[in-house]
Design a protein around this ligand. Structure first.
Ligand code: PLP
Length: 447
């Protein structure tokens, strides 16, 4: 295990706040909340962590909340009479309330999942189950919005993470229904001119709020209105927006939304599926087991109301507690302030990257209408080589296809390098990245 001491002063640059960004003092204070940010990498410097779109680092208060739960309250939820079971159940349900208030939902509209991927799979497979049964949980068949039939179609976009492609492919082939695609503009934005794939046979339109490759924010209102006109339901993947923009599912007016705690400063192993109450009630369960039942007989059983209907088995209680603390932390700072800081970092990233000859940005070159996740190509240097050389300079970026192969193929490549900034990112870290990329370039030019 390398030395992880973090007694180094945090270099945040002495410049005043950049157009809405945190000033150096604020940044230093915020970064002090994250013990890992002082960690040195293989090259001996503190790691410039520019991979937060993959997973976020955790503030100490989240680590403490998990630790405190295990130290003082740990018990099985929903099924005990003793004090520890009661405290754990309270903490678990309070955490659900915390997630619900963070996204503008009601408590029983929030289903715990393992992550966003599981949330999307639960929605897709619940639709599959209702469709194979030929009726929903309310006993409706022909008039149920959750029963799909041959001739129906599902629409996704070419910009999706595989988590929002594969489950739909899997159920579409089982139900012999068509999977259609919203195409991309030259810049990799969802092309609203191709929305005519949504027609009166479309039942579900599933798309990402923000692309994890281009960082672009999708035109949610336009796509949702087109879906509504067709009578289709909207599934929104908020994995890349929920930690970076204020999110309100009622304003977004989606029918389902998914997110992952680990991208929001919370623990791994937990996420949430938001669903409008009536729709969750109509959907059959996907996993069966303990807790999700109302009654069990040897031939058949009945199920609880949502959200518990979708939460079979023992639940990630400590993770829920930690995630709730992470959301308190984000709200204490203020999502608008976080968005403004990350916008300032986006401007710096774009300015720096575009100043390097041979850099090709995958996606829009405008700082507006996007988050601080920037993917790029550098000459014909393979992204894995770029990532490895940057690591030698203690700069952590993401390389590969970022689980979005169709989008990469659209740009004629199979991989890119992605730098992503967050509320703790400093101008100095962006400078280190730009400097690091120039070093990568020189290194490969000399060979
Ligand atoms: N959707 C998007 C846009 C993502 O960026 C990711 C992860 O990177 C996912 C879905 C899947 O998230 P998870 O692996 O946490 O389920």
């Amino acid at each position: 295990m390398p030395d992880t001491t973090h007694s180094l002063p945090v270099s945040t640059d002495s410049r005043p706040a950049l157009r809405g960004g945190f000033c150096a003092k604020e940044l230093e204070r915020l970064r002090g909340d994250y013990p890992l940010l002082g960690r040195r990498g293989r090259g001996g410097q503190p790691i410039a962590y520019l991979d937060c779109s993959a997973t976020s680092q955790k503030p100490q208060c989240v680590v403490d909340a998990v630790d405190d739960f295990y130290t003082r309250s740990n018990g099985a939820v929903h099924r005990g009479t003793h004090v520890l079971a009661d405290e754990s159940t309270d903490a678990f349900e309070q955490a659900r309330h915390r997630v619900a208030t963070f996204i503008g939902a009601e408590d029983d509209e929030v289903v715990w999942t393992k992550n966003a991927t599981e949330g999307l799979n639960i929605v897709a497979y619940a639709f599959l189950n209702a469709s194979l049964d030929g009726h929903d949980m309310l006993g409706r068949s022909d008039d149920s919005e959750v029963v799909l039939r041959p001739g129906d179609n599902i629409v996704i976009s070419r910009a999706e993470h595989h988590a929002n492609i594969i489950p739909w492919q899997m159920i579409a082939s089982r139900l012999h229904i068509e999977l259609r695609v919203i195409e991309l503009t030259d810049q990799g934005l969802l092309d609203v001119d191709t929305l005519d794939v949504i027609d009166e046979h479309t039942r579900i339109v599933a798309f990402t709020h923000v692309s994890n490759v281009t960082g672009a924010i999708s035109p949610v209102d336009i796509i949702r209105e087109k879906a509504r006109q067709a009578g289709a339901l909207v599934v929104l993947d908020t994995c890349q927006s929920s930690a970076h923009l204020p999110i309100d599912v009622k304003t977004l007016d989606c029918d389902f939304a998914v997110m992952s705690s680990h991208k929001m400063g919370g623990p791994t192993g937990i996420g949430a599926l938001y669903g409008k109450k009536d729709l969750l009630r109509a959907l059959p369960p996907v996993l069966g087991g303990g807790d999700m039942i109302a009654d069990v007989d040897m031939k058949q059983s009945s199920y609880q109301l949502p959200p518990v209907r979708f939460e079979a088995g023992s639940q990630p209680v400590a993770q829920a507690v930690g995630w709730a603390r992470a959301l308190d932390y984000l709200d204490d700072i203020g999502m608008e302030r976080i968005e403004a800081h990350e916008h300032a970092m986006t401007e710096l990233l774009l300015e720096g990257l575009c100043s390097i000859r041979g850099v090709r940005i995958i996606g829009p070159k405008d700082a507006d209408g996007r988050i601080a996740a920037l993917s790029f190509l550098l000459d014909d240097i393979h992204p894995h080589d770029i990532g490895q050389v940057l690591d030698a300079y203690d700069i952590a970026v993401r390389v590969g296809h970022h689980c979005a192969l169709p989008l990469h193929k659209f740009f004629g490549v199979r991989a890119s390098t992605r730098a992503s900034a967050t509320l703790t990112t400093t101008p100095h870290e962006v400078e280190r990245l730009v400097d690091g990329i120039e070093k990568v370039q020189h290194f490969f030019e000399r060979r």
